[in-house]
Design a protein around this ligand. Sequence first.
Ligand code: FES
Length: 64
Amino acid sequence: MENQENIKVKVIPGGPLMVSGTCEITHADGTVEVKENKTTYCRCGLSKNKPFCDGGHKGTEWDK
Ligand code: FES
């Protein structure tokens, strides 16, 4: 995948990283996935769908 656009990363306070733009993700098992538009990535470690945020941070001490 060529880098064809400007990718922006926003830190959501008490929440995930929000990445805007098309990203190619290589997972730990070597599979490759392309995400377009906005994707949220877990930074709390509580998601059951890493590397993506599944909302698991909500209502925890981490989101305060
Ligand atoms: S940041 Fe949302 S589950 Fe980790």
